[in-house]
Design a protein around this ligand. Structure first.
Ligand SMILES: [Zn+2]
Ligand SMILES: [Zn+2]
Length: 349
């Protein structure tokens, strides 16, 4: 700041701005790294970009972009723009796996740029990004972006196994169902059940963790729309689907920003689904079909469609259980928490 300008403002402000301006670039970059990795919503970071030229330049430093966390990329579908696209690309180029995954999902499902989307997700998966591994598994199970003949169940199982080892709950559940049903892997009912129990136990742990930060006033769906991702984004009826049998009412897990983006994109009409294509019926998923009858449907009612057994299992507990068949028909069948997939088999549409 020039001496002439400095004289126009109070000595207090001058002193403060000097303190900041005197910091060398590497210290400011270090502070910005902390900020981008802990930002609770995209605006936390965007506000830095528009503060001044120096902060804009330093905030776009590859080191800062590589550290940006998932909530920095929690862009709402209605706010999607060329500049948001450019920003994600810059983060991908800086080596940010979360950006690779988010942009990969958006390109594959929303912008229908399948090759580029899949390769971005693969880029994240190679660096052990669990949601990317799981998403690639779902694509392999369904032959997404290709025909029915492009399904590769074995590849799906092995991607799921890698994501499950990294602690991805949906992948663990999917793997459990695959083992139980002998889907893409030799059938082993005992191992399958063991994995399903593990998935439920992890679900319990994660629900208890989010219960500690749960704020009941966030139950209203309208408020949910306005909340940043950080404020414990919960879905559907706001109860943990897998704990309802134990009489607990704790919030469901956070939805990944990429899934929320997909759902908003198609439900708001920004993205138009092709004829006879359907969204996965689990509200926390948002994946659309890439060809008619790609997803399996509930064989009891035929009214809901799921991209995966994991989505079916969660949605069953969360919502579909009471919609599918009259209560007297499922009374006595649903005695075991791990029998969800078996009770409502999913089959090709
Ligand atoms: Zn799904
Ligand atoms: Zn049904």
């Amino acid at each position: 700041m020039s001496q002439r300008k400095r004289q126009k403002i109070s000595p207090l402000i001058t002193q403060k701005s000097d303190l900041f301006e005197e910091q060398p670039d590497d210290i400011v970059v270090c502070i910005l790294c902390k900020l981008s990795s802990s930002a609770s919503c995209p605006s936390d970071f965007i506000n830095i970009l528009v503060t001044c030229k120096r902060l804009n330049r330093l905030a776009l430093h590859p080191q800062v972009l590589s550290k940006a966390g998932p909530k920095t990329f929690a862009i709402r579908a209605k706010n999607w723009s060329d500049s948001a696209h450019r920003f994600l690309k810059q983060c991908v180029n800086a080596g940010n796996t979360e950006a690779s995954y988010t942009l990969g999902m958006i390109q594959f499902y929303c912008l229908q740029n399948r090759a580029s989307g899949a390769s971005l997700m693969a880029k994240a998966a190679i660096k052990s990004h669990a949601p990317a591994l799981y998403s690639l598994a779902v694509m392999q199970f369904n032959g997404s972006g290709g025909s029915k003949n492009n399904k590769d169940l074995r590849a799906g199982v092995s991607l799921c196994a890698r994501a499950a080892v990294l602690g991805h709950i949906d992948a663990l559940r999917e793997l459990g169902h695959c083992l139980q049903d002998g889907y893409g892997v030799a059938q082993n009912t005992a191992d399958g059940r063991r994995l399903l129990i593990q998935a439920n136990a992890r679900e319990l742990a994660s629900s208890l963790r989010s219960m500690l930060t749960w704020q009941p006033q966030h139950q209203n769906e309208h408020q949910w729309q306005q909340l940043p991702y950080a404020s414990c984004v919960t879905i559907g009826s706001m109860g943990c689907p897998l704990l309802s049998d134990f009489g607990c009412n704790v919030p469901a897990r956070e939805v990944h920003p990429a899934n929320r983006f997909l759902r908003e994109w198609f439900e708001s009409g920004i993205g138009v689904m092709g004829p006879n294509l359907r969204l996965c019926s689990h509200s926390g998923c948002g994946r659309p079909e890439t060809r008619p009858h790609e997803f399996r449907r509930c064989s009891v009612c035929g009214k809901v469609n799921y991209c995966s057994r994991g989505c079916q299992a969660i949605d069953w507990k969360l919502r579909h259980k009471v919609e599918c068949v009259p209560m007297e028909l499922w009374h006595g069948v649903d005695g075991d928490d791990n029998e969800i997939g078996g009770m409502v088999e999913i089959e090709e549409g």
